[in-house]
Ligand binder design. Structure first.
Ligand code: SF4
Ligand code: SF4
Length: 467
């Protein structure tokens, strides 16, 4: 499976997409109907998934039989307005999703004190504690990002609170959260100098933690350093960003990222299983441009576009579980269908996806995964919604590059009207003051203020018809 995709040329691109397309603009890009943020995904979601066909993988250190589909609890259903205490999670809808997942064989639930504005662990605890403890594995993280939580006391408070919120006596999978952000300095401040990593290792020996790992978000020096200490820390698993674009193109999208081929290879060498985040790249692999989606549909008409990305991740034996943040029942059903049971990709299907990846990076969108780590912006900018709108317009051929474009009037209107509809005036790009506070929170290393300024300038040009 260690394929080395050859570099694609514009001529290759034309051959695949059709020669009449307007290369040089993004105008050829159209979206299929799949969406990580909407409710429509199509494909096999309409099929009632089997309750007894889930594929499981084994954690080497504990022998846990873990479902290949893991539930990422970072995109739970939200209430129309937050509750009086600020809680944003729709608990009833969350319970229904969790019940359905467990009934269909999903047994890994991954959360963090940082998700859902701090309410994910509580919601996860409420939903899971309604089930026998042996029915699920709970995974959470020590999310001591802010420098004022780097002290041992503050980190301990976060750690102890996780047990209370999750209503458990032990945590099955505990991670150092977002390793790589802030480089070695952050690793030292958050986990080494304050003794927290040694403490977590000790907690594992006492059984309070059953498996210990870390989630990796860029800066290869930190990844290599932690793996070089494997003999000492004995990592039970590592959470990495893996999908068919990031396999060999992660660095092209963001020079700070690491290609997943390297990450998984290093873990495989040491016999450490990987759990996977961003299998559909923040939704972008569920809503491919039309011409790319059509190629997948031709091969497997009943399968959703997203299912290809999930099967891709599951086809690597070193992958323990593929985490997906599922807000809607339709997404949960579709993803269960992808893994109950897993049908691994054939060689030809691997080739097709690597080809798809090559074509996608020819026209990079803003690589926002909607993780919301950059939020809240102190000046009220709705950063992820802005980027989602921009990417959606690019995908849907509503991103005019010239007033000579055939669809200029329609595309201009769609971009501007959609912008005002999706983002309230006071939260739009024009109000960004460039303070840079958001930048170091972004795992994708997006130059957020620069991109916002670019979008704002583009909008002004559209308004003035001066493109
Ligand atoms: S740079 Fe802009 S978007 Fe980022 S925190 Fe500052 S005002 Fe908000
Ligand atoms: S801009 Fe970065 S931090 Fe913010 S939602 Fe997108 S990927 Fe996440």
């Amino acid at each position: 499976m260690n394929k080395t995709p050859k570099k694609i040329t514009r001529r290759d691109f034309l051959k695949v997409t059709g020669g009449s397309l307007a290369i040089g603009t993004l105008a050829m890009v159209g979206c299929n109907s799949n969406s990580s943020n909407g409710t429509t995904r199509g494909g096999n979601a309409s099929l009632e998934p089997a309750t007894d066909k889930m594929t499981y993988r084994t954690t080497p250190s504990t022998g846990d039989k873990v479902s290949l589909l893991g539930y990422g609890m970072m995109r739970l259903p939200i209430l129309p307005t937050p509750a009086a205490d600020g809680n944003v999670v729709d608990q009833q809808a969350t319970n229904e999703l969790v019940d359905y997942a467990i009934a269909h064989g999903v047994n890994l639930f991954d959360t963090s004190p940082a998700y859902m504005q701090g309410y994910s662990e509580r919601a996860t605890g409420i939903a899971l504690s309604r089930h026998p403890r042996e029915k699920y594995y709970v995974s959470t993280k020590l999310s001591n990002f802010a420098p004022n939580t780097w002290s041992r006391e503050a980190s301990m408070r976060i750690y102890n609170r996780s047990f209370e919120e999750l209503q458990v006596d032990y945590i099955d999978y505990m991670l150092l959260h977002a390793i790589g952000l802030g480089g070695m300095e952050n690793l030292h401040g958050r986990y080494l100098d304050n003794g927290m990593l040694d403490f977590l290792v000790e907690e594992r020996s006492k059984g309070k933690i059953r498996n210990l790992g870390f989630s990796y978000h860029g800066d290869i020096e930190v990844f290599d350093y932690l793996l070089s200490k494997h003999d000492e820390y004995k990592w039970d698993f590592v959470l990495i960003q893996l999908n068919y674009v990031d396999w060999q193109h992660a660095k092209e999208i963001n020079p700070r990222n690491t290609n997943a081929e390297y990450l998984l290879g290093e873990l495989d060498k040491r016999g450490i299983p990987a759990t996977v985040m961003e299998p559909i790249l923040g939704g972008r692999l569920a809503k491919l441009p039309d011409y790319l989606a059509r190629r997948l549909k031709q091969q497997r008409p009943n399968d959703s576009v997203a299912s290809w990305a999930f099967r891709y991740c599951g086809s690597y034996p070193g992958v323990l579980s593929v985490l997906s943040g599922m807000t809607y029942m339709e997404h949960l059903q579709d993803n269960i269908n992808s893994f109950a049971p897993l049908e691994p990709l054939t060689e030809n299907e691997f080739e097709l996806l690597f080809d798809t990846a090559r074509l996608m990076v020819e026209y990079p969108l803003i690589p926002c995964t909607d993780c919301k780590y950059c939020m809240p912006c102190p000046y009220g900018i709705d950063i992820p919604t802005l980027f989602l709108h921009y990417n959606k317009c690019v995908c849907e051929d509503n991103f005019p590059q010239s007033s000579q474009d055939e669809n200029y009037a329609k595309a201009r209107k769609a971009f501007l009207v959609g912008y005002d509809r999706s983002v309230p005036k006071l939260r739009q790009a024009a109000h960004c003051i460039g303070c840079n506070q958001c930048v170091h929170h972004c795992p994708q290393a997006i130059k957020i203020p620069t991109e916002l300024m670019r979008i704002d300038q583009y909008i002004e040009q559209l308004k003035q018809n001066s493109i």
